[in-house]
Design a protein around this ligand. Structure first.
Ligand code: ZN
Length: 167
């Protein structure tokens, strides 16, 4: 058997730092946390992230920049909607609504964060696009652990064990 590398149906644990290439601002990092754990080849990650790590060995570090299409996509108009302001009455009892603030609402498929894009007396314009939609993203990633997935992980479509789904 050769040395294991990142490929479909392996479980990778990685440390990563994501920055915006223009400003250098760090938008996410696993520094100080457990490594990110994922089953490769099952759509768990943004598309370019896995592609750029294919073939990497344990201990290898790769740095790459993804176009928006390989990351969170472009923002779409359909994800921006006007909601009657009356629906925010409970929130407004506790805090003042402001343009630019992030709130979370419960939708049938789960919690959905959105940004308040505009406000009138009657309505709130809610932007449900991912906050990184439209952005190119630079990642520096180090593979810290790597192993073959077992049958149940492949059947379930996610990693088990440390950092994975526990059930
Ligand atoms: Zn499972």
């Amino acid at each position: 058997m050769g040395e294991i590398v990142v490929k479909n149906n392996t479980v990778a644990r990685v440390h990563y730092t994501g920055t915006l290439p223009d400003s250098g601002e760090v938008f996410d990092s696993s520094e100080g946390r457990d490594p990110l754990t994922f089953l490769v080849g099952h759509g768990k990650m943004i598309p370019g992230f896995e592609r750029e790590l294919m073939g990497a060995k344990i201990g290898e570090r790769r740095t790459f920049t993804l176009a928006p299409e390989d990351a969170y996509g472009q923002p779409i108009d359909e994800a921006i909607m006007d909601v009657p302001r009356a629906q925010f009455a409970m929130i407004e009892e506790q805090t003042e609504l402001e343009v630019g603030m992030q709130l979370i609402t419960q939708l049938p498929h789960g919690p959905a964060p959105f940004i308040v894009k505009a406000l009138t007396d009657e309505s709130v314009t809610a932007d449900f696009n991912h906050k990184l939609a439209g952005e190119s993203l630079t990642f520096s990633v180090e593979v810290v652990e790597l192993r073959e997935a077992d049958e149940s992980e492949i059947a379930h479509g996610h990693a088990h064990g440390p950092g994975g789904v526990e059930h």
